[in-house]
Write a protein that binds this ligand. Structure first.
Ligand code: HEM
Length: 160
């Protein structure tokens, strides 16, 4: 399950994540696209990792296949926040973590890409809910993301 010791994630922190997500959800397709366009702007080489972008004549900003991945990142961070508060660990199903670890190693995702994605995620949320945004909200999303990514990374094997 979680790769780390018990983590203190408070009810208030979970509430900040859930509250902002419940507003963003309505707009999640657009936000998801925005998130990945930010990632591609900072780290253009990551675009080539996506089979459906590599092999497609459709520009990334119009590619409907980007949305589900971006949604997974948002939704899994939310789930991670809820689990962190309840159990102090990221309790994503072990098979799911193993699969994500193995697949992301295979795609060539490295630590820096997760860092870029974190920055892009926090910027996207800040722009989506400016009236709610606060240092506490940034820290809550940041922690939920960091613990989820640590759990994924723990399942990433270096390629042989
Ligand atoms: C695919 C989740 C971060 C690149 C996927 C899939 C999920 C997922 C559920 C589909 C299933 C699979 O292929 O295993 C996540 C989560 C992330 C994250 C939860 C962070 C919390 C990243 C980052 C990158 C990335 C930072 C690179 C910038 C990819 C690629 C695919 C993928 C290239 C395959 C897309 C395709 O060609 O079909 N991810 N991901 N992911 N992810 Fe991520």
């Amino acid at each position: 399950m979680g790769s780390e010791g018990k983590i203190v994630f408070t009810e208030e922190q979970e509430a900040l994540v859930v509250k902002s997500w419940s507003v963003m959800k309505k707009n999640s397709a657009e936000l998801g696209l925005k998130l990945f366009l930010k990632i591609f702007e900072i780290a253009p080489t990551t675009k080539k990792m996506f089979s459906f972008l590599r092999d497609s004549p459709i520009p990334a900003e119009q590619n409907p296949k980007l949305k589900p991945h971006a949604m997974s990142v948002f939704v899994m961070c939310c789930e991670s926040a809820a689990q962190l508060r309840k159990t102090g660990e990221v309790t994503v199903k072990e098979t799911t973590l193993k699969r994500l670890g193995a697949s992301h190693s295979k795609y060539g995702v490295v630590a820096e890409h997760f860092e870029v994605a974190k920055y892009a995620l926090l910027e996207t949320i800040k722009e989506a809910v400016p009236e709610m945004w606060s240092p506490e909200m940034k820290a809550a999303w940041g922690q939920a993301y960091d613990h989820l990514v640590a759990a994924i990374k723990a399942e990433m094997k270096p390629s042989p």
